[in-house]
Design a protein around this ligand. Structure first.
Ligand code: NAP
Length: 263
């Protein structure tokens, strides 16, 4: 069967506020077919305003098959900066299938005067950096990083995540919440809980920056999980820039699709 689509078909790898913003822009564009893909980690994801699918593709091979079956003409990786595997799979599948790839990724936070950051490569290193003396830790790394901290039960953890973690350290209080979080509320929370250190990922973006600004204001140290190194991919920081890139692909779409079909 020959698949001929006059409209571009964009696959948007989502799970971030940037992906949601781009989905919103695409919803207003009947000239562009687009589908969002979600990993299925969030229990009650906000339904996207365009077509969506949920769940892994089955590695690089699965993603290649998906790109082919759905005649995808452009791939936008708008996953979280820490979604390392999905981003690597996107690079490899796009290369194999000859599909143009764009990363939509918010820039990392940069330290400002007054920040007391120590950067570490992963959750295990963050747990080590907390040391042996019991501390009151505000932990916002996401529930999947939590197991590393079970090895340091001497600390009290104020854990905030979108979905409940499987297991909490023995001395912990859980807050289930989805951002954005305002700086003033973060200051209040950190004071109320007598927090003396913040542990977080360097996610970037404004929605969760409040805790970084709050720690600066309160003079508290921050242990920051450094971003994974991603392969070099054309990258933009905002949804409108990503839409402009999608529009620019329009002229070369036919040639990409034909190339993949060996025509
Ligand atoms: P990951 O470790 O890079 O990905 C693990 C596997 O999950 C991938 O190999 C893929 O499975 C599947 N997957 C990930 N994102 C997907 C997507 N958008 N659509 C379909 N399958 C996807 O990713 P992660 O760190 O677990 O993150 C999972 C999702 O949560 C991502 O969508 C990400 O944007 C979002 N998120 C992550 C973080 C974080 O801190 N890591 C924070 C906020 C939101 P297959 O190999 O089977 O295709």
């Amino acid at each position: 069967m020959t698949r001929t689509h006059s409209r571009p078909h964009v696959l948007l790898l989502g799970g971030t506020s940037e992906a949601s913003a781009l989905a919103k822009l695409l919803a207003a564009r009947p000239d562009i077919r687009a589908m969002v893909s979600l990993a299925g980690r969030t229990i009650n994801p906000t339904p996207p305003p365009i077509a969506h699918r949920i769940g892994g593709f089955g590695g690089v091979e699965g993603l290649c098959a998906f790109l082919d079956q759905h005649a995808v003409t452009a791939l936008v990786d708008a996953t979280h900066p820490f979604a390392e595997r999905m981003s690597a799979n996107a690079v490899e599948a796009a290369r194999r299938m000859g599909v143009p790839l764009l990363a939509l990724r918010r820039p990392a936070w940069q330290a400002e005067s007054g920040d007391r950051w120590s950067e570490v490569p992963d959750a295990e290193a963050a747990m080590q950096r907390l040391g042996t003396t019991p501390r009151r830790v505000f932990l916002t790394t996401g529930r999947l990083e939590l197991p590393a901290f079970l090895a340091a039960p001497q600390h009290f953890y104020l854990v905030r995540s979108v979905d409940p973690p499987e297991e909490l350290p023995p001395r912990a209080r859980l807050i289930l919440a989805r951002g954005p979080f305002a700086e003033a509320d973060e200051i209040r929370l950190m004071r109320e809980e007598a927090i003396d250190i913040l542990v977080t990922k360097n996610s970037g973006g404004s929605a969760t920056y409040g805790k970084i600004a709050a720690a600066r204001r309160l003079g508290l140290p921050v242990i920051l999980l450094r971003r994974p190194e991603n392969a070099e991919v054309e990258t933009v920081a905002t949804a409108p820039e990503a839409l402009a890139w999608i529009e620019r692909q329009g002229s070369s779409l036919g040639s990409h699709a034909s190339h993949r079909r060996g025509e």
